[in-house]
Design a protein around this ligand. Structure first.
Ligand SMILES: Cc1cc2nc3c(=O)[nH]c(=O)nc-3n(C[C@H](O)[C@H](O)[C@H](O)COP(=O)(O)O)c2cc1C
Length: 355
């Protein structure tokens, strides 16, 4: 069974929910480790006061007994503490005896760069909130929880995943500058994966390519506008002799321009991927927009928002890469019980004599 992930939840709704399917039974999960990842996602220079309202913690409603997976769907929940301020505005049901939406002011000033305008046009909403609540990156919280579970599975076969920002010092300076100007910034994050044997992914079809799968996983995160594998865009300007990684007799490489992936398959070197994040689109000094209620020119909505979320993106990107690698590894090694998964990995690395 392949790993599956379904999620639901609005930014100010009661909770975020994820259902993880296809996990082998017997996998030991560490609540502290999942909560630590959730905390990392909330930290970082340039975040908004929302992060002080929320203290994300994972709740497990199904699929786990005494810390070990049962081989059944794992149900993860992260509550939105801020929902208490939105019990009326984001009530799933109209409050008892009241007409739906009474007293709730519709948002009609779409922000450029957000889901606001295309979202209301597509779904026929007359309140921008109906689009922005789900489009918000708030639900990356539950994706980070699922990524943490994926890291636990990968850990059983010695694979480790780490996300960081690129150029931390410069980032802080730019955040200070942007905050003073009531503006926002983006940035670049990098995810490195160690312990991956050659052979994850395939050249057989584009759906199987590990590079394509990682790019899909990263582009699926809000505000990611570019993905690089290894030297990425820079290789376009190099000669071939400088762009490829010579093979030693022990089948390892001294360089890693390919970022650990050749022909859509891991080659045993460290996997290195980068994602570029656009500057956040909610601006305290808003851009021009239209009031959808009147059709008049107006300034876009100003709502509490981060100046930057690049450090948070590093954690979300780590989770996305871990998830996709765990999915690929589960397809290759299978296993209904975690011991089967580990044994299949061991048999495989023995066959290719890889250590
Ligand atoms: C971790 C994280 C936090 C974010 N926080 C904010 C925020 O506070 N304000 C904002 O305007 N956008 C924020 N974004 C970006 C928006 O969610 C995103 O730009 C928007 O949904 C439009 O999607 P797109 O940029 O993928 O086109 C965040 C993104 C991530 C990954």
């Amino acid at each position: 069974m392949t790993l599956t992930l379904a999620s639901a939840g609005e930014s100010h709704g009661p909770a975020l929910v994820a259902i993880v399917g296809g996990l082998p039974a017997g996998l030991l999960l560490d609540r502290e480790a999942i909560d630590a990842d959730l905390r990392r996602r909330q930290e970082g220079y340039g975040r908004s006061p929302r992060q002080q309202i929320e203290t994300d913690r994972v709740e497990v409603l199904a699929g786990l007994r005494h810390g070990r997976t049962l081989g059944t769907p794992l149900a993860l929940v992260v509550r939105n503490v801020d929902h208490k301020n939105w019990t009326w505005g984001m009530a799933p049901w109209p409050p008892e005896g009241e007409p739906a939406g009474k007293g709730v002011k519709a948002v009609t000033l779409p922000r450029p760069g957000h889901a606001d305008l295309p979202g209301v046009l597509k779904y026929g909403h007359d309140d921008v909130r109906n689009a922005l609540e789900r489009a918000s990156a708030r639900h990356t919280a539950v994706q980070v929880a699922a990524g943490s579970v994926a890291k636990a599975l990968l850990g059983t076969i010695g694979i480790e995943v780490h996300g960081t920002t690129v150029d931390e010092e410069g980032l802080r300076r730019r955040v200070d500058e942007a905050r003073a100007a009531r503006d926002t910034v983006g940035g670049i994050v990098e995810v490195r994966v160690t312990g991956v044997p050659p052979g994850l992914g395939s050249y057989a079809s584009k759906e199987d390519r590990l590079d394509a799968r990682l790019a899909f996983a990263l582009m699926g995160i809000q505000a990611v506008k570019g993905v690089e594998i290894g030297d990425g865009f820079a290789v376009a300007g190099l000669f071939g002799s400088a762009a490829h990684d010579e093979i030693r007799v022990d089948r390892r490489r001294d360089t890693n321009h390919a970022g650990g992936i050749e022909a859509g398959i891991s080659n045993g070197e460290e996997i290195v991927v980068r994602a570029a994040m656009k500057p956040l689109p909610t601006l305290m000094k808003p851009l021009g927009s239209v009031d959808l209620a009147t059709g008049e020119a107006a300034q876009a909505l100003v709502e509490r928002s981060d100046v930057a979320a690049v450090e948070a993106l590093a954690v979300v990107a780590e989770a996305a890469v871990a998830w996709e690698l765990a999915r690929t590894a589960k397809e290759k090694f299978g296993g209904d019980a975690v011991g089967d998964f580990v044994a299949a990995h061991r048999a495989y690395v023995e066959r290719i004599a890889w250590s």
